[in-house]
Design a protein around this ligand. Structure first.
Ligand SMILES: Nc1ncnc2c1ncn2[C@@H]1O[C@H](COP(=O)(O)OP(=O)(O)OP(=O)(O)O)[C@@H](O)[C@H]1O
Length: 607
């Protein structure tokens, strides 16, 4: 908050404090004086008794300006309440509606933003009737589209975070996600924006009253005082000075304070932002599985059965016909270069492929199609551990509450039981003093502790499968090792199967029994990790050669794989690895090899 010690922030704070104090005490101290008619001293200029002169009733203009503070601020507060009450829910709606309704609401917000503000204000004011009420409604409604758009943008950002994805996997409903995860995390920037809006409302209302459209006599606000005194500006300029200065200083104070707070929190621009592209509406389940996802799996004992999984985004298909299974208690690794489709495969297993991705093929958890599982079933049977543990935890909630929520929401546990379970699970992942850790916020944890907390969250149910997508990339090497050991231990002690996604072959071969090697969206080889050095696919061999271990001769340059993996849209007709493969035959460039006995290659290594 040292950024709040800027001159503009301090000036804003001072002006707002003075305005608020005047709003409270103004009518008490100067109300009677402001109302006292004095027919003998009407329309006077500056004098020792009346520093800012008098109006056409001989009433003191300084007293009237000070007493009008409450009315001016109160009306601005009412207008801002209207803006907030309509703008925040409207902007948050797309996060809770189904894809079609979300698209419609987003479109509505964008159209309203494009509508001229002045017309909107006048239209709303006309409907609400003349006078202060119409002005308040007009100014309040005019700011709704801007606030709704900001809310939508903020909500989208939070809704796209890993901790919301994690909450979805844990089975949280759309309204629970909005109330528990989205709103608390956008509250701060919204409050700052609303503070600044108060300043704009004050200026807007004063303008309407000045034009004679706002507050009507005998009531008065600063705008009304301006309206009454403006014709005398060339004769007695001081009579206009009071209300004009009051409007300018108070309006500027709120705007400065709001903007300074926003800058200090560095979270969001407060000033009206440029129209954003319509955001992708959020769907409850973005995974589209074909209806009646087929018969029982070929290997009914498998915890996870994936058959012909294909993930597409428009015309691009980053994951193609991927098939594999994971047996109970088995730890399977997926490796491959960046962009080979590992993460999308993991997301598809959790039903979390982002919009507008579509998923075809079969994903069966415990023999049942993913689409048939209820949220509660999915939440308790599957745990997902993402790359960035900070992003996977809701920063606004204590770690213990986040864990306990899984048990109250999905296991029907009481708050007390849930809390006990959360502390027990934090202890199980070897966090020292779990009771105290449960009371802390994620930012008070180190990276390794956070990842342990995420794993503990996954263990709140009794997961049959833990999917960990690059769980240690954000951690330093020693912490990486401990977290991976923990995952392996959980896998051993709970019997949960594991799917470990990593670009680090050494990590996978050390912890997993079996490895799936992905290239350009397909599994090109599936083999026991003990066989990696004897892999038959030239790509797997190249990956192994490019992966250093303790025996690697560091005096020689590390082997690299020449060329680059084709982008999803440019995958060639034959084997996608052929252009980089030293063993490629003519056939490799024209015919795609289908996997046979876990190997998709026309000319495999033999020794
Ligand atoms: N939301 C999306 N929209 C469109 N394309 C996507 C989306 N997410 C991923 N892709 C594309 O899918 C391909 C595979 O991505 P994915 O994240 O699964 O790769 P990865 O193997 O996990 O890579 P990394 O190791 O870098 O995470 C990439 O080429 C990526 O551009």
């Amino acid at each position: 908050m040292s950024r709040m010690r800027t001159p503009s922030a301090l000036a804003g704070l001072l002006l707002v404090l003075v305005t608020l104090v005047l709003a409270v005490i103004g009518p008490w101290l100067w109300g009677a004086e402001a109302e006292r008619f004095d027919p003998l001293h009407t329309l006077q200029g500056h004098s020792p008794e009346h520093p800012l002169g008098t109006d056409d009733g001989g009433r003191d203009l300084l007293a009237r300006t000070l007493a009008a503070t409450r009315q001016s601020v109160w009306l601005a507060v009412l207008a801002t309440l209207i803006t907030t009450a309509a703008g925040v829910p409207l902007g948050a709606l797309p996060s809770v509606l189904g894809p079609r309704a979300a698209r419609f609401t987003s479109g509505l917000i964008d159209s309203l933003v494009a509508f001229p503000v002045l017309l909107l204000a006048m239209f709303a004011a006309l409907l609400a009737g003349a006078g202060a009420r119409g002005a308040v409604v007009g100014i309040g409604v005019a700011a709704v589209p801007g606030l709704a758009r900001l809310t939508r943008t903020l909500a989208d950002t939070v809704a796209a975070s890993d901790y919301v994805a994690a909450a979805r996997v844990l089975g949280a409903g759309r309204s629970a996600i909005l109330v528990r995860h989205v709103l608390p995390n956008i509250a701060e920037p919204l409050i700052l924006t609303i503070t600044a809006n108060l300043g704009y409302a004050l200026l807007g209302l004063a303008t309407l009253s000045l034009l004679g459209l706002g507050v009507q006599p005998p009531d008065y606000d600063w705008g009304r005082l301006l309206h009454d005194t403006l014709p005398r500006v060339y004769v007695d300029p001081e009579v206009v000075a009071g209300p004009a200065l009051a409007v300018a200083l108070a309006g500027t104070g709120f705007a400065l304070l709001g903007e300074s707070l926003a800058r200090a929190s560095a979270r969001v621009p407060v000033a009206p932002v440029a129209p954003s592209a319509p955001s992708a509406p959020r769907g409850e389940s973005r995974t589209v599985l074909p209806p009646g996802c087929g018969p029982l799996p070929e290997a009914p004992e498998a915890v996870l059965e994936v058959r012909d999984l294909t993930v597409s985004f428009g015309g691009v298909t980053p994951v193609r016909e991927v098939s594999f299974s994971v047996a109970p208690g088995e730890l399977v690794g997926i490796v491959g270069e960046s962009g080979s489709g590992k993460s999308l495969t993991a997301l598809a297993v959790g039903g979390l492929v982002p919009h507008p991705g579509t998923v075809a093929g079969r994903v069966l958890l415990g023999g049942r199609p993913l689409a048939e599982l209820t949220r509660r079933e999915l939440g308790t049977r599957l745990a997902m551990v993402f790359q960035d543990p900070m992003a996977a935890l809701n920063p606004a909630l204590r770690v213990g509450s986040q864990l306990a929520e899984v048990a109250t929401a999905h296991l029907g546990a009481s708050r007390g039981q849930a809390r006990k379970r959360a502390v027990e699970r934090l202890g199980r992942v070897r966090l020292p003093d779990p009771e105290a850790q449960a009371r802390r916020y994620p930012h008070e944890f180190s990276g390794g502790m956070r990842q342990r907390a995420v794993i503990a969250m996954g263990l709140m149910g009794e997961p049959e499968l833990i999917v960990a997508d690059e769980p240690t990339t954000a951690l330093d090497v020693t912490v990486q090792k401990r977290v991976l050991e923990l995952l392996a231990e959980v896998n051993e002690t709970t019997g949960a199967a594991g799917l470990l996604i990593s670009h680090d072959l050494a990590v996978v071969s050390q912890h997993c029994g079996r490895v799936l090697v992905m290239y350009a969206g397909r599994i090109v080889e599936e083999l026991p990790s003990s066989e990696l050095r004897r892999a038959r696919h030239p790509y797997t061999r190249a990956l192994v050669a490019a992966s250093p271990d303790l025996e690697t001769d560091r005096s020689r340059p590390l082997a690299t794989i020449p060329g680059r993996q084709p982008a999803s849209a440019e995958v060639p007709a034959g084997c996608a690895f052929a252009p980089r493969c030293a063993r490629a035959l003519e056939r490799c460039r024209t015919d795609r090899p289908e996997p046979v006995d876990g190997l998709a290659c026309w000319n495999p290594e033999t020794a």
